[in-house]
Design a protein around this ligand. Structure first.
Ligand code: SF4
Ligand code: SF4
Length: 215
């Protein structure tokens, strides 16, 4: 049910961004982004998981995306220097689209760029270098709510780890499931994949809301 609700909300925002573009009001999206950023310390990256049109587009096309063609380059996407360089490049593109008054605004341009990165390197690589994702990851470290284990009965089957949209779940042999808070997109795919209903969205204990382990 919740998954259906999330799908409806995501489609709504995908239609909304194209509608805003078509009526020359794309700057309204900036306020949606800002609102998403403001709620991140309280709710985590719900903008990424529930609103972002790039993530929604990637999920829509995921059945036909043959991922990981260039997987050997994936290690670079994790490196901070690489992320900073890409972020600066996106900043330049942002100002160029403004200065040159391009027909395709930056928010729209990122959708095919994100899809292309997902096709070539895998969708989680896009999440590593998404310029908005990099910004959202900063307050997300301090999120007081998020997805977490709710029971010690975890069988460590790893299904949630495989489904995680941003490779931020780690399952160690002698440790509980680890949620990398700053990278968690609040998408709930881990929750939906758990056969034991062990994952839920809720308030995080203080020591866990800074990237800590579950339970
Ligand atoms: S931990 Fe769960 S909610 Fe967070 S990104 Fe991974 S699958 Fe989505
Ligand atoms: S899917 Fe559920 S049972 Fe399996 S490792 Fe994840 S939390 Fe544990």
């Amino acid at each position: 049910m919740k998954n259906n609700l999330r799908s409806i909300i995501r489609i709504f925002f995908l239609i909304l961004i194209f509608t805003l573009w078509s009526i020359n009001k794309i700057e309204v999206w900036l306020f949606i982004l800002l609102a998403g950023l403001l709620i991140t310390p309280f709710m985590g990256r719900v903008y990424c998981g529930w609103i972002c049109p790039i993530f929604t587009s990637i999920d829509i096309f995921s059945p036909i995306i043959k991922e990981k063609k260039l997987q050997k380059y994936n290690k670079y996407f994790q490196k901070m220097v690489f992320k900073v360089v890409i972020f600066m490049m996106f900043l330049v593109v942002f100002f160029l689209t403004k200065k040159l008054d391009l027909a395709v605004p930056f928010f729209i341009l990122l959708i095919p760029i994100g899809l292309l990165i997902a096709v070539l390197f895998g969708s989680s690589q896009w999440h590593h270098i998404c310029p908005f994702g990099i910004i959202f990851s900063l307050p997300a470290r301090f999120a007081t709510k998020g997805y977490n284990l709710i029971s010690r009965d975890c069988s460590k089957c790893g299904l949630c780890v495989n489904k995680c949209a941003n490779s931020c779940l780690i399952l160690g042999k002698n440790r509980p499931l680890y949620f990398g808070r700053e990278h968690c997109l609040s998408c709930g795919k881990c929750k939906d994949s758990c056969p034991q209903n062990n994952i839920s969205f809720g308030k995080l204990p203080l020591k866990q809301s800074r990237g800590g382990t579950a339970l």
